[in-house]
Design a binder for this molecule. Structure first.
Ligand SMILES: Nc1ncnc2c1ncn2[C@@H]1O[C@H](COP(=O)(O)OP(=O)(O)OP(=O)(O)O)[C@@H](O)[C@H]1O
Ligand SMILES: O=C(O)[C@@H](O)C(=O)CO
Length: 424
């Protein structure tokens, strides 16, 4: 297998978002969980997205895991590696976007790296280096209340400068609009000043196509699904990849009981849970009971098991920003997040033991905990449920199983029913 594109994603939902984008753009793509074991049979593909759970871990660990993934991808022929981060630039001043970018840049000896989280299809645009989520700057969006990495600054030049060893420049929309040569010239100018990374503006998909053409000439880029789209289209338009117009796998139906798990506390997920209450039974976990050692996972399972034969169920830990803040004040941010993720993983493991073969999970960290516990080594990408969220078919041991891993902010209000309708 010689890869046209290697990708390292810092969480599992982000990885499936990117794998979905690459597949829709014509690249045969597989998503692996971590670096695949040598004996994992992978189909012939153009791109591999190695999923890590490195967004919110200690920066040194994120760096070492990303470097190992990069070595594996380059060893399979990937001359360009995309480090996939969140379209809302989820990170803190300690990292992990800057430290990982710095390390990967050192490893591949690149002078300057293009960085953009723009993903216009989901309302993420970048102008003058400022990230907008829909109509509002990042720091006014719901991301200001994120449980793990509240985002308080919309200037990505500043945000990344606080995390990186290198100086950060800007390639503005005016240059992008003038085309690939103008972007190349601006990058050369920045690199000449010793600047090692540049935030690049993008508002429309056509901006990402220009960016993709230039980025593909370098060895490393950093961004969300939008730059993935640009890179994929560049690989196809320059003939480096023959477009696989069919996109996505459409395997046999899996059937059997279905369940949804929500650990995301995003506004989008809260609305989706409220809509699901109209069409399926919903169990609200008590986060305090999880943190104080009560067997809340068992209580949820006792509730779910007798209902599974009747139709899908939803189990949610999600709370409003005020409730999240209060819980974190009582127990600590990391302890609260970790304990709830592990309770979700316990629930997922036991639901699968009870026969569940179709599982929808909301939230990146939550999905990471669940997929790790289920020991799924990788996924093939199926149909798109909503922008950035495909149906995934598990590969490797564990039998036939369909999953959907939803990034916290993605999907319309009816997301859970939309997903289950397509997961047959
Ligand atoms: N009621 C709650 N109170 C505090 N923390 C919670 C609660 N419910 C879930 N959490 C934690 O909040 C975090 C949510 O992160 P997660 O990545 O799963 O969702 P997200 O950030 O909305 O999604 P994404 O990363 O895809 O945007 C997890 O660590 C989860 O365990
Ligand atoms: O880019 C995004 O917004 C998503 O793919 C994601 O990474 C959220 O966890």
């Amino acid at each position: 297998m010689t890869l046209a594109l290697g990708c390292i994603a810092d969480d599992y939902t982000g990885a499936s978002d990117l794998a979905n984008t690459l597949t829709r753009a014509g690249l045969r793509t597989v998503q692996t969980i971590g670096i695949p074991a040598d004996d994992l049979a992978l189909p012939e593909v153009d791109a591999v997205v190695v999923s890590l759970k490195s967004r919110s871990i200690e920066a040194g660990l994120a760096v070492s895991r990303s470097r190992a993934a990069e070595t594996w991808l380059r060893g399979r022929g990937a001359s360009h590696v995309l480090f996939k981060i969140c379209s809302t630039f989820d990170s803190t001043d300690a990292g992990n976007i800057g430290p990982v970018m710095d390390a990967l840049r050192d490893d591949c000896g690149e002078g300057i790296v293009l960085v953009t989280p723009a993903f216009p299809e989901t309302g993420r645009t970048v102008y003058q280096g400022n990230l907008f989520v829909g109509a509002v700057p990042l720091n006014e969006s719901p991301l200001k209340d994120h449980p793990l990495n509240p985002m308080h600054d919309s200037s990505l030049v500043r945000v990344l400068a606080r995390q990186s060893r290198t100086q950060i420049g800007l390639v503005d929309l005016a240059a992008v609009t003038r085309g690939a040569d103008a972007v190349r010239a601006r990058l050369a100018e920045l690199a000449g000043k010793g600047i090692g990374a540049a935030i690049i503006d993008a508002v429309f998909d056509r901006d990402l196509e220009t960016i993709g053409l230039v980025a593909a000439e370098y060895r490393l880029s950093v961004g969300a699904s939008g730059i993935g789209l640009g890179l994929a289209r560049a690989l196809v338009s320059t003939g480096k990849v023959k477009s696989n117009a069919a996109g996505g796998e459409s395997g046999a139906a899996v059937g059997g009981p279905a369940a949804c798990l929500a650990g995301s506390c995003s506004q989008a997920t809260l609305k989706q849970i409220a809509s699901a209450e109209q069409v399926m039974p919903v169990f609200h976990l008590d986060p305090d009971r999880i943190l104080t050692g009560a067997d809340e996972a068992q209580r949820a399972l006792d509730w779910a098991r007798p209902r599974l034969a009747e139709g899908p169920v939803l189990i949610a830990s999600s709370s409003t920003p005020d409730q999240v803040a209060a819980l974190q004040a009582r127990h600590g941010r990391d302890a609260a997040g970790h304990a709830i993720e592990q309770a979700m993983a316990d629930i997922a493991e036991n639901l699968v033991k009870s026969g569940v073969r179709r599982l929808v999970v909301a939230g990146g960290e939550t999905s990471g905990a669940v997929v790790d516990r289920l020991r799924i080594p990788g996924f093939l990408v199926g149909v798109e449920i909503a922008a950035g969220v495909p149906v995934l078919r598990a590969v490797g041991a564990g039998g036939d199983m369909l999953l959907a891993l939803k990034s916290g902010n993605f999907g319309g209000p009816e997301f859970f029913s939309d997903a289950l309708r397509l997961m047959r």
